[in-house]
Design a protein around this ligand. Structure first.
Ligand code: ATP
Ligand code: MG
Length: 630
């Protein structure tokens, strides 16, 4: 057993030997001849000449030992159904789906756009696509037609796979009409649309010739065996767009070999989950977390993946913990946003079920404030592991790695760089490395480790320019996030580089102010933005969600609460960070993946056009901001 530090050091200092060992965790049909070709920086080609298949590693290789073990458990509180698939059954379903795709002409390198709710068929479709060497582009089932059309035109899929409808809080959300609309908007429409009909939307229309019913196609291919298409390690496995929090989403292109290795490795080292154990990730297959840790990671590892369709508070806020008890989940992956939703509910639900199997709760996607982390850790009695990464990287950049060494955790910190990541905090202007506790831009010295993006789909130049063009002194990958590192080597994410407020010459991270506000016991959630001010340059304005709305329903109570919040900031951070105003709302504008849309709030505060709003979750939240600032 090596320590975390030794392991990280070796991954950079003796990278070839290190990654050769990691690569042995997966099956290759042809060995690689070179661990990493970095002859044309910043492009990294991992495991050159090695041939493998992502689906083979996720399913086929487990059949000899775990054919009868559950691979996928699907629970839907929306349609009140549970379906389980053993590895053998999953293999059969995926073969059938792959045969259907082949029968309609999908082959190696073709793109398949998957626009589906959280149902097992979405997983079959993803695995079937990579099985035949095609490339999937999963688009979150909550996106509207315009977002979908933009992704169609970027990826130019041969086929689109969709369902009649999804369901949210018991309400049917038709998908097929959006599919149709997006296709009519797109310049490069797919030839065929395969529909998994859940019979939720009885009014669904189909277009003969183009649209095909999966239920009609599948019986013709049942029992067929579709061999895995062996692909060279750098062959794209999928395209996935970033959340669009800061602007136009970027199409992240992922390889096959490096990604499979990174996931196989991280399931053990970061997620400390063994084959045969159950893993529950509450994300959506439309996001990177869902790709890596609902679908591919747990399956590559030979674990059981629990997939859940529904809200965390329906039928009641105990549903997640019920699933943990029912399936003996050992590791769970969720987001700070989701935990904040639970925080508004009765705390009793956290202990209603036996969650003693659960070793760790991993949270990622947004800054995890200390009170939230503490609340869930104590409430459930589980160790919380904050982990920091991006769609671009595909797996954590910063995280504790309890499968290697159980290091002490610090609240509010995603701990240390993961092996393979040569992390550097650079001074924004000079590019020099910053000293302890000094804020710097979090960068990664290339080559990016296996599993990270190979390029932007169809646009190598944009890849180089966007991600590697920030500093003149050195070509490094920029995350566009601020971070500090303390004297013990722990990292703290301070927010995005465009989320810095300049108050009378002082640079403040919006996150610092948010953390201070969150220290007030009544506040469930808060967003702080910098708003142009003729006197001070910028002033912080806060939008806070209170735990009990009755506390601010009249103007007098709200005014008192506002004063209290300001006093809290004075106390926690100092008067320099005190917001000029604190507005109370019942919801904050977020992306569909639960990320705060600060750029939108800021635009409304400054009476500017908020720009692209297609990724927004709840438009009424936007109205509240608009009303508050008027
Ligand atoms: P876009 O790049 O299109 O603007 P996005 O950055 O929101 O969208 P993602 O790749 O889904 O798209 O999100 C990654 C970002 O989320 C990180 O760069 C960081 O800002 C934030 N993030 C992720 N995990 C954490 C974490 N543990 N702590 C703090 N921030 C995090
Ligand atoms: Mg980003």
């Amino acid at each position: 057993m090596s320590t975390y530090k030794e392991n990280h050091y070796r991954s950079l200092d003796d990278a070839d030997a290190f990654w050769t060992e990691q690569a042995a965790r997966i099956d290759w049909v042809k060995p690689f001849s070179n661990v990493c070709d970095f002859s044309t920086p910043p492009f990294a080609h991992w495991f050159v000449d090695g041939e493998t298949n992502l689906c083979f590693n996720a399913i086929d290789r487990h059949l000899a030992t775990r054919a009868h073990q559950n691979a996928l458990v699907w629970v839907s509180s929306e349609v009140e159904q549970t379906r389980t698939y053993t590895y053998r059954q999953l293999w059969e379903e995926v073969n059938c789906f792959a045969a259907v795709l082949k029968s309609i002409g999908v082959g190696k390198g073709d793109r398949v756009l998957i626009y589906m709710p959280m149902i097992p068929e979405a997983v079959f479709a993803m695995l079937a696509t990579v099985r035949i060497g095609a490339i999937h582009s999963v688009v979150f089932g909550g996106f509207a037609a315009a977002s979908l059309a933009a992704r169609i035109d970027d990826a130019k899929p041969r086929v689109m796979i969709t369902a009649d409808a999804g369901s949210r809080a018991g309400k049917i959300i038709p998908l097929k009409p959006l599919t149709d609309e997006s296709i009519s908007l797109a310049e490069h429409p797919p030839k065929h649309v395969v529909i998994v009909n859940r019979h939720l939307d009885k009014s669904m229309q189909t277009l003969p010739g183009r649209d095909m019913d999966y239920a009609a196609l599948a019986p013709r291919h049942k029992g067929e065996v579709v061999p895995c298409e062996w692909v060279e390690s750098s062959h794209p496995s999928y395209i996935l767009y970033t959340s669009g929090t800061t602007g136009k989403p970027k199409g992240v292109q992922r390889d096959t070999g490096g990604y499979t290795v990174a996931l196989a490795s991280s399931m053990q080292t970061i997620f400390a989950t063994q084959p045969g154990e159950s893993f529950f990730c509450t994300s959506d297959i439309g996001w990177v977390v869902g790709h890596s840790y609902i679908v591919y990671g747990p399956l590559i590892n030979g674990s059981t993946t629990v997939m859940y369709e529904g809200l965390p508070i329906r039928p009641d806020p105990g549903i997640w913990w019920k699933l943990v008890e029912q399936y003996g989940v050992v590791a769970m992956f969720s987001s700070p946003t989701a935990v904040r939703v639970l925080k508004k509910q009765d705390v009793g639900y956290l202990t209603k079920y036996d969650t003693s199997t659960l070793r760790y709760l991993y949270l990622a996607g947004e800054p995890l404030d200390q009170p939230t982390s503490d609340w869930i850790e104590k409430g459930v009695g589980v160790k919380v592991i904050d982990n920091y990464w991006q769609t671009e990287t595909g797996w954590p950049i910063l995280s504790a790695q309890p499968g290697i060494e159980e290091t002490p955790r610090k609240l509010g910190s995603p701990s240390f760089p993961v092996y393979g990541y040569n992390v550097k905090l650079k001074h924004e202007e000079t590019g020099a490395a910053v000293s302890a506790n000094e804020k710097g831009v979090l960068c990664i010295v290339p080559p990016l480790p296996p599993g990270c993006m190979s390029t932007i789909w169809g646009d190598d130049a944009r890849f180089v320019k966007t991600y590697f063009g920030m500093f003149r002194d050195e070509q490094v990958y920029t995350t566009f996030d601020w971070a500090t590192r303390d004297a013990d080597g722990y990292y703290f994410i301070m927010g995005r580089t465009d989320d810095v407020i300049n108050v009378a010459g002082h640079r403040l991270g919006t996150r610092e102010i948010e953390e201070a506000i969150q220290a007030h016991k009544n506040i469930a959630e808060v967003a702080v933005v910098g708003v142009a001010d003729s006197l001070k340059g910028q002033v912080p304005i806060a939008f806070a969600v209170v735990k009990d709305h009755r506390q601010v329903e009249n103007a007098e109570l709200a005014a008192r609460q506002e004063k209290e919040v300001m006093a809290t900031v004075d106390h926690e951070l100092g008067a320099i960070g005190r917001p000029a105003r604190v507005h109370f709302v019942t919801a904050l504008p977020k992306t569909r993946s639960g990320k705060l849309l600060r750029r939108v709030i800021q635009a409304l505060c400054e009476s500017r056009d908020p720009g692209d709003l297609t990724t927004i979750e709840d438009p009424t939240a936007l109205e509240q901001v608009r009303n508050a600032v008027q």
